[in-house]
Design a protein around this ligand. Structure first.
Ligand SMILES: *Cc1c(COP(=O)(O)O)cnc(C)c1O
Length: 387
């Protein structure tokens, strides 16, 4: 390749570096609630392993003990529509279905595949998508890949959503409206009022509700089925999605929906049709974890207690903190100050990542603290003294 061609990309990387926005991998070694990076051992406050299940060695041992080699199938070798539909997929879907009030369940290779696949499959030019301003990049990519018109409503502003619904609902060009949101948001750690959202939806006949529970599955509700369970709206959310990659200590995405939509997606959703399905052993592991997660009330309660005490501590220090969950931002504002603070905290043994614009709005750079049930209250006290 001509070096001129490479120079273009080298220049772009230089620009990123100049702006302090260059992204790089760093190798890490994790053990229980600690993480080691560049020889420094730190308390891991950037983990999505909210219940500590991914780092639990006993669980792993138990899983392999009860799964003979013959059943440890490491590749599905094909899409589920060809020869990839191993019994493990149907077992996991049956478990989900049973847990979620008998509704249909469909699995995906990841939450990202799920969100970039479902929206383009369901939404056509007669569809309007209305999405919360802060939804995850995967849903934004899904909207962009679709042929639908889409608009964003102000973050968590159901009045704004209602105005948009009133304005567009009776338009002749629009046959369906899909309202897209998360339950717990990944950067602010705040929540959608799902009960109010469901009530609003019920006033508009063309609306389908799409809720991503990536940060709530495993963590919220009596059985850990998410905010939808907590607020008793499992059956009112038309498309209830989430990931197995966070609290569920595995990999993959799931959808809870109507049987007709499941059949429709199997026929139309490109990431489902044209990609090799997950290894069956991953499905078996997800099912193993899912069965246990439902009874993990104590870790869920511990995580809630830790979260509330950190939110209060951060506010007591004078910081703005919108969180009502285990994701607790400390909003500092200035990017350089935020990066410097994260550096100081890491040197003191707390692995916390700074998040800057454009990932978050201008002048809202923050430390993003993500708690797991294994963190000790005393460790948070130490942290709060340094924040
Ligand atoms: C992490 C995340 C995803 C992506 O899920 P993966 O399984 O990691 O691909 C989707 N939506 C939200 C809201 C997320 O936080």
């Amino acid at each position: 390749m001509n070096s001129y061609l490479l120079n273009h990309f080298a220049q772009q990387l230089d620009d990123l570096k100049q702006q302090g926005n260059l992204r790089q991998f760093s190798t890490n070694v994790q053990q229980s609630r600690f993480i080691r990076i560049n020889e420094r051992e730190m308390l891991n406050l950037a983990s999505n392993d909210y219940l500590g299940l991914a780092s639990n060695l006993q669980l792993r041992e138990q899983f392999f003990d009860e799964t003979p080699i013959a059943q440890r199938t490491m590749s599905s070798s094909s899409s589920r529509l060809l020869t990839g539909n191993f019994p493990e997929f149907e077992q996991l879907e049956a478990s989900l279905s049973q847990a979620f009030a008998g509704r249909s369940a469909l699995l995906f290779n990841s939450g990202y595949h799920m969100n970039i696949g479902i929206l383009p499959a369901l939404a056509d030019t007669k569809t309007l998508i209305l999405a919360d301003k802060l939804v995850h990049a995967s849903m934004i990519d899904g909207m962009r890949l679709s042929t639908a018109k889409f608009l964003r409503y102000r973050h968590n502003d159901l009045l704004h959503l209602e105005q948009l619904l009133s304005k567009h609902h009776d338009s002749n060009d629009i046959e369906r409206i899909i309202v897209v949101t998360e339950s717990i948001f990944s950067m602010d750690g705040d929540e959608t009022d799902l009960a109010a959202l469901v009530q609003l939806k019920q006033q508009f006949s063309k609306v389908m509700l799409y809720v991503d529970e990536a940060h709530a599955i495993g963590v919220r509700g009596e059985r850990g089925l998410g905010c939808a369970e907590q607020y008793d709206v499992i059956e009112q959310i038309d498309l209830l999605v989430g990931t197995f990659g966070k609290a569920l200590a595995s990999v993959g995405g799931y959808l809870i929906c109507y049987p007709i939509l499941r059949d429709y997606l199997i026929n139309t959703m490109r990431p489902l049709i044209f990609s090799t399905a997950q290894p069956p052993i991953c499905m078996a592991w997800t099912n193993f974890i899912f069965q246990r997660v439902m009874s993990l009330k104590q870790p869920r309660a511990d995580l809630m207690t830790l979260s509330q005490s950190l939110q209060q501590g951060v506010r007591a220090k004078g910081f703005e903190c919108p969180s009502s969950s285990h994701i607790v931002p400390v909003i500092i504002g200035d990017s350089a100050k935020t990066v410097a603070k994260a550096q100081v905290l890491q040197e003191a043994g707390f692995y916390i990542m700074p998040v800057r614009p454009p990932t978050v709005p201008k002048q809202s750079a923050r430390l993003r603290i993500s708690l797991t049930a294994q963190i000790q209250p005393a460790e948070l006290d130490q942290l709060l003294q340094l924040v």
